[in-house]
Design a protein around this ligand. Structure first.
Ligand SMILES: [Zn+2]
Length: 315
């Protein structure tokens, strides 16, 4: 019977976590961390939002039995490995652009550290000009608001129209699996002050973003999931979003999906295509849920793929 652990996992991801009073003294706080690198003329800063235990043995779905647990064990990981939530700042051409905003107050006490990480990197929220959202899950949009107000008073929020159309639609919420219904409320609440201020601007496929930045349609995890490619002075970095949730499993076997994928078959196909692109052009990749800073390169060995963190492969 998988329902109970599945719901526990869903709760960890998608709902505020109730902390028993006895545990209050040991309540975790988000990991604050920054990591800066240059890509052409752009400065990229990886920003930690924190970590949480992802019940991978319950939430990852393989196309055959006996895949997930052995790969976790091979990597020396428990059934619920610690998983990072990363966001990224791009500073280029006098503009400061965030890719995703972390969890804010939507998830547990070990998440929501983006604002502190941004401050530690030397930036104030009012310096952010634009925010590119990969998709409207709570660990990517929760940091947009605090106490119902906009955290970033000067920023325009961009997201693929297909994701906005899905997550802001009450009819989709009504028919969604119980474990993701809360994500609809989180998306609506996070975007509300930006919509009210006329600073929420969904984009159509192919529509131009800031100079040097291109949105890539990478659906499957959500209907309008987008990745973002930045090219500066001939160097490239691709901000993946949620192409990977558990690197130790999904690089060796890209066919492994996660319970929260709205279209698992499409998600697996998108993942394999992005792995092949990243491996083929040797581009830098910045990923939301790969161990901080989540920046590295991909290489292909036969049918499997290997992630090399930027600290190992140079910048
Ligand atoms: Zn995510």
């Amino acid at each position: 019977m998988r329902i109970l652990p599945l719901l526990i996992g869903a709760a960890a991801l998608l709902a505020p976590m109730a902390v028993p009073a006895l545990c209050a003294a040991a309540e975790p706080s988000p990991t604050v961390a920054t990591f800066r690198l240059k890509v052409g003329e752009a400065s990229i800063v990886a920003l930690s939002d924190g970590v949480f235990p992802l019940p991978a043995d319950q939430l990852l779905i393989a196309d055959r039995p006996g895949v997930v647990e052995p790969l976790l064990q091979k990597a020396g990981l428990p059934a619920a490995p610690e998983t990072t939530v990363n966001a990224f700042l791009i500073e280029v051409g006098g503009r400061r652009i965030l890719v995703d905003t972390g969890s804010g107050a939507l998830l547990g006490p070990s998440l929501g550290g983006l604002a502190a990480s941004l401050k530690a990197a030397g930036y104030a929220p009012d310096q952010i000009d634009e925010i590119l959202i990969t998709h409207l899950h709570p660990d990517h949009v929760g940091g947009l608001t605090a106490d119902g107000g906009a955290v970033f008073p000067n920023a325009t929020v961009r997201v693929a129209k297909a994701d906005a159309d899905y997550w802001l639609d009450k009819a989709h919420q009504a028919s969604a699996d119980a474990s993701v219904k809360g994500a609809f409320d989180g998306a609506a609440a996070s975007l509300a002050p930006y919509i009210a201020a006329g600073r929420f601007k969904p984009f159509e496929p192919g529509q131009a973003l800031s100079p040097g930045l291109t949105a890539l349609s990478t659906p499957g995890h959500t209907p309008g999931h987008a990745s973002y490619r930045l090219v500066s002075k001939g160097q490239t970095i691709v901000f993946w979003g949620d192409i990977v949730h558990v690197a130790a499993v999904q690089f060796p076997d890209p066919a492994v999906t996660i319970h929260f994928d709205t279209d698992p078959t499409q998600a697996a196909a998108t993942r394999k295509a992005l792995y092949e692109q990243a491996g083929g052009n040797h581009a830098l990749v910045a990923a939301s849920h790969i161990a901080f800073p989540g920046v590295g390169r991909v290489s292909q060995v036969g049918k499997t793929f290997i992630w090399s963190p930027v600290s190992n492969v140079g910048r």
